[in-house]
Design a protein around this ligand. Structure first.
Ligand SMILES: Cc1ncc(COP(=O)(O)O)c(C=O)c1O
Length: 331
């Protein structure tokens, strides 16, 4: 299978905001866009996006997972970035329409159709470094995908970074391109210096998240993960897994974890740690690297609770378990 996110459906849904109103959405070719070189997004990074998936069930039906939650987050990101307000119904229709159009291309599990709604400031003005873009473009691009991590389900090596941060503290909950650009340097360095797969950003010792996933610690029947604040992305997979864990009778603790506590708990034989996200689903962390030293998390393998939670989530997404929280939208 081609690398994650490199194959696209030939058309996408697109709408533009001009003269204080949204255009009707339309299908356009997905291999080109026309934008002025002075477009606000190119210079001042006024852009945000979402990542969600549509799954094929055994009955042949196609279902979009937690579309409403992703739309809410896109609306929130747009607000924080001072982009024009998105109409909830219009973006929902755009997502459903484009997925419907390419329904027959949705891969069988474990593959899926990755859906990438994107909203960007397009005003042609390089004088607006400190001003919002008055025009914008919204599109929904589709990419059929398999596994996100090249290593498949192998336990990850994660470098703990206590000095740097992924992005500015007030921007963590915004799914914006600039945040990813800001994390690229530290991640590239960690790959070279420690052969790490990911960096776990823990500014001042506060365990936050990695470059593209949330972090959860599993200790027996307990799941511990940072409580929601502005500093990190409020993952919809995180929310799903915490809900599933509660349904299974596990104790969910949303609170701060220090790196010292993480290291202490990770050293216990049954400890597990994992990264959660739409792309990562739930991927086990086998090794933590702190100040050049390596520490196994529990057995160093992907743990049984991680496997159980991942399967429970996949079963809902794939239509093998009841969707009792109403997370699926049929197209
Ligand atoms: C920085 C970051 N944190 C967390 C997540 C997880 O969010 P979600 O579960 O909504 O995909 C993502 C996206 O996958 C991300 O890019």
């Amino acid at each position: 299978m081609a690398a994650f996110g490199t194959v696209f459906m030939p058309e996408m849904a697109l709408a533009t905001f001009e003269n204080n109103q949204w255009s009707a959405s339309r299908m356009v070719p997905a291999d080109s866009l026309q934008l002025h070189p002075a477009a606000h997004v190119f210079h001042y990074s006024s852009t945000c996006f979402e990542g969600l998936k549509a799954f094929r069930h055994q009955d042949g039906g196609v279902y979009i997972y937690r579309m409403d939650a992703n739309i809410k987050r896109l609306i929130q990101s747009s607000q924080i970035l001072q982009l024009p307000s998105i109409d909830e119904k219009q973006i929902a229709d755009m997502i459903v329409d484009v997925v419907t159009k390419f329904k027959s291309e949705v891969p069988e599990p474990p593959g899926s159709m990755y859906i990438r709604p994107t909203h960007m400031g397009t005003e042609p003005s390089i004088g607006k470094a400190a001003g919002a873009s008055s025009t914008s473009m919204l599109f929904v691009l589709l990419s059929p995908v398999g596994d996100y991590f090249e290593s498949g389900n192998k336990p990850l090596r994660v470098l703990i970074d206590e000095q740097g941060m992924r992005c500015a503290p007030h921007m963590g909950m915004v799914k914006s391109g600039g945040n990813y650009a800001s994390a690229l340097g530290p991640i590239a360095e960690a790959r070279i210096s420690d052969k790490a797969d990911q960096v776990l950003f823990c500014p001042g010792g506060d365990v936050q998240e990695t470059g593209a996933a949330n972090f959860i610690l599993i200790d027996g029947n307990e799941i511990i993960t940072k409580a929601l604040d502005k500093s990190f992305l409020h993952g919809i997979t995180r929310d799903s897994l915490l809900t599933i864990a509660k349904d299974m009778g596990m104790t969910v603790r949303e609170r701060s974890i220090s790196v010292d506590e993480l290291m202490e708990r990770a050293a216990k034989p049954g400890a597990e740690a994992a990264l959660s996200g739409t792309a990562a689903v739930l991927t086990g962390v086998g090794t933590l690297i702190r100040d050049g030293k390596e520490y196994s998390v529990g057995s160093g393998e992907v743990g049984p609770v991680t496997e159980k939670l991942r399967k429970a989530l996949n079963d809902i997404q794939w239509g093998l378990a009841e969707d009792k929280h109403g997370w699926l939208t049929k197209v």
